[in-house]
Design a protein. Structure first.
Length: 221
């Protein structure tokens, strides 16, 4: 019992001082100018409220992932463009929050925005919600591209976190401009070592992620 209590206190102290597990970084220390809007820290997400484990708008990733994003942002700068990140490291407690929400079939406040054509009871079956997330390994990011001259998002043909075929990378029912924007994002991310999840145009994972078999649960703060 004493060992358990001591271990809990050590964890509390570790996170209280804002320190991260070895191998993780606050991305603003690597890319100070990066545009970050963590959707799960706000109410602007499919659940409609801040998600458990997100206590600040601080993007956390593995150091290798942050360094790769730095190269991508530098590359885009030559085109007067920049990345905008919606999510990075995601604690397991946030994933658990998603699971609890998905099981509550009466809570559909944002259905018309994020999943108008999907029954909530099918979110697990259609793999929009899962018990584990690659985000919890620290090397997966959800992002898009902005025009640095105007500050506007490039039109990708769907909103972030839209549950439906419109979010699939190769979805044909969008304009040529939207297809070109998705292609640009895909090409620049793969060029610098990321792989894409085909059902989400915004979702990329570092190919050589350092914690491929580990899921973390420390808070975003």
């Amino acid at each position: 019992m004493k060992q358990i209590i001591r271990f809990s206190l050590l964890l509390y102290s570790f996170y209280s001082f804002g320190q991260l597990p070895e191998g993780f970084v606050y991305v603003n220390e690597i890319i100070p100018s990066l545009n970050v809007e963590l959707k799960y820290f706000s109410e602007k997400n499919f659940i409609g409220k801040p998600i458990e484990g997100y206590k600040s708008n601080k993007l956390i990733l593995t150091k290798q992932t942050a360094e790769a994003l730095k190269l991508i942002n530098k590359h885009l700068k030559n085109k007067r463009l920049s990345l905008k990140v919606y999510d990075g490291y995601r604690p397991q407690r946030a994933v658990n929050h998603f699971i609890r929400w998905a099981k509550n079939l009466n809570d559909t406040i944002n259905k018309s925005i994020y999943y108008p054509n999907v029954n909530k009871k099918d979110l697990f079956k259609e793999e929009y919600i899962a018990a584990k997330s690659g985000h919890s390994k620290g090397s997966t990011v959800d992002l898009t591209i902005i025009d640095t001259d105007t500050g506007k998002l490039l039109d990708m043909g769907s909103i972030y976190d839209f549950f439906g075929v419109q979010s699939w990378v190769n979805y044909e029912g969008i304009t040529e401009e939207q297809k070109a924007n998705r292609k640009l994002l895909h090409e620049v991310m793969t060029k610098f070592g990321f792989k894409n999840y085909p059902r989400e145009w915004w979702h990329f994972t570092l190919k050589d992620e350092p914690f491929s078999n580990s899921y973390f649960d420390f808070p975003v703060e």
